[in-house]
Design a protein around this ligand. Structure first.
Ligand SMILES: NC(=O)c1ccc[n+]([C@@H]2O[C@H](COP(=O)([O-])OP(=O)(O)OC[C@H]3O[C@@H](n4cnc5c(N)ncnc54)[C@H](O)[C@@H]3O)[C@@H](O)[C@H]2O)c1
Length: 347
C-alpha cells in the first residue's frame, strides 16, 4: 500500500535547519512544504536552496493544511512558545534540543501536546548511533552486571567569536544555559538513557574563560536510582577540546564510547559484536559546532515518521526530553545553593 505523504514545515532557517531539510529529503514519502524565519532574507535563501516556499509568519505556516509536522529550529528561548502554538494548531512537532529552558516551559509543552493529541520528538540524535543502541541493549540485558558508575565527559572548545556571532548564544534568555544546556545536553540525555533515572545531584557550574552570562564549565556528581554513581563534566572553554567520552562500568564489564564509536569493550563472557567494529572518532566535533553527521537526524526523522504513521510513541518524546532539562536545572540549583538536590519523581 502506498504511504501517505507527510508534509513538513520549518520555523527558523539558520544552521541546524540544513540538517532538517536534508533529513526530510532523505526519508520516504515526505515533503518540505514551506519555511519561515523572522529574518526574511534567511528564509528566502534557505527556501531557494531547498526548492520550497516562504511563509511570511509562523501563523501562516501553521495554518497550512498540507503541513503535518513542524520542525522548530529557532534559538532555544523560542522553543516553548512556538511548540505550544504548533500543538494548538494540531501539528506534530520535531523540536530541536533543548526542549525548553526550564521545567515550567517543558510542562507547558507537555500539556499542549496532550490537550491537542499531537506527537513530539525532541532531537537527541546521538541516541540513534549504532554504538549507543548496542550499549543500551547490553545494559538492558544485564550483561554488564550491576551498574556501578556512569560518567560523561564533554570537554569542548567554542571560541568567544562563536558566542558573539549568534547574538542569542551564551544568554540566559535565549540559550538558557551554556556548556550544559546547549552542548552538554546531548551527553546528559545519553547518560540518563543508559543509566536510568537520577536520584540526586551535587554540582558546580562556573563561567571561567568566556565573556558570557551562562556557565562555560560545570562538574556534577550524581547518584542514580539504581544506586550507581556518576559524573558529568562539561566545558566549552578548553583548547583544543577532546572527543565526548561516555564510560559505563558494571560489576561484569566496561564499555567506553568516544563520540559515536566504541573506544573499548571488556565484558565477561560477551565479545564485542562483529558488526560494530571499533569506530573512528570524529576529532573535529569537540571544537566545530557544525562537524557532525546528518545520519542521526535522518534516523530520528524516520522514527518520528514511523511513530506518526503507526500511532506509537517516538523514542525521544516530550517526557523523555524533559528528563535532561530536569538534570540540568538540578545542577544549576545545586551550584547556586551549595546543596545536594534530590529528585522528586524517579521515573
Ligand atoms: N541537534 C544538534 O546537534 C543541534 C546543533 C546545533 C543547534 N541546535 C539547536 O538548534 C537551534 C537553532 O540553532 P542554530 O545554530 O541553527 O541557530 P541560528 O542562529 O543559526 O538559527 C536560528 C534561526 O532562527 C531564526 N529565528 C529566531 N527567532 C525566530 C522566530 N521567533 N521565528 C522564526 N524564526 C526565528 C533566526 O533568524 C535564525 O535564522 C538551537 O535551539 C540549538 O540548540 C541543535
Amino acid at each position: 500500500m502506498e504511504e501517505k505523504e507527510l508534509g513538513f514545515g520549518i520555523i527558523g532557517c539558520g544552521m541546524i535547519s540544513n540538517w532538517h531539510a536534508e533529513a526530510i529529503r532523505a526519508i520516504r514519502a515526505t515533503r518540505l512544504v514551506g519555511v519561515t524565519d523572522t529574518n526574511e532574507k534567511s528564509a528566502f535563501e534557505f527556501a531557494q536552496k531547498n526548492s520550497t516556499v516562504v511563509y511570511h509568519s509562523v501563523e501562516d505556516l501553521l495554518a497550512s493544511p498540507e503541513i503535518n509536522v513542524i520542525c522548530i529550529c529557532t534559538p532555544s528561548g523560542m522553543h516553548a512558545p512556538l511548540s505550544v502554538k504548533a500543538a494548538n494548531a494540531g501539528k506534530h512537532i520535531l523540536l530541536e534540543k533543548p526542549m525548553a529552558l526550564n521545567l515550567k516551559e517543558a510542562d507547558e509543552i507537555i500539556a499542549a501536546c496532550e490537550a491537542n493529541n499531537v506527537k513530539m520528538e525532541v532531537i537527541s540524535q546521538l541516541r540513534f548511533a549504532d554504538a549507543v543502541k548496542q550499549l543500551k541493549n547490553i545494559v538492558m540485558r544485564g550483561d554488564l552486571g550491576r551498574l556501578v558508575s556512569g560518567d560523561i565527559y564533554m570537554k569542548y572548545y567554542r571560541s568567544q567569536e562563536y558566542y558573539d556571532k549568534g547574538g542569542w548564544r551564551g544568554t540566559w534568555k535565549m540559550d538558557g544555559g551554556g556548556a550544559l544546556m546547549n552542548q552538554g545536553i546531548h551527553g546528559i540525555d545519553l547518560l540518563q538513557y543508559i543509566m536510568g533515572p537520577v536520584k540526586s545531584v551535587f554540582a558546580y557550574a562556573r563561567t571561567l574563560a568566556r565573556a558570557i552570562e551562562v556557565e562555560d564549565t560545570a562538574a556534577a556528581i550524581l547518584e542514580f536510582k539504581s544506586g550507581a554513581l556518576g559524573v558529568i563534566q562539561a566545558t566549552t572553554s578548553i583548547y583544543p577540546g577532546s572527543p565526548r567520552r561516555l564510560e559505563i562500568n558494571g560489576s561484569k564489564g566496561t564499555i567506553v564510547l568516544e563520540e559515536d564509536s566504541i573506544a573499548s569493550w571488556t565484558v565477561e563472557g560477551c565479545e564485542m559484536p562483529e558488526d560494530i567494529a571499533l569506530g573512528h572518532t570524529n576529532s573535529k566535533a569537540s571544537r566545530d559546532p557544525a562537524a557532525f553527521s546528518i545520519e542521526g537526524h535522518i534516523r530520528q526523522f524516520n522514527d518520528m515518521a514511523d511513530a506518526i504513521r503507526n500511532d506509537r510513541k517516538p523514542l525521544v518524546d516530550q517526557y523523555e526530553g524533559r528528563k535532561s532539562i530536569e538534570i540540568i536545572m538540578s545542577i544549576y540549583e545545586s551550584s547556586r545553593t551549595g546543596k545536594v538536590v534530590e529528585f522528586k519523581n524517579l521515573t
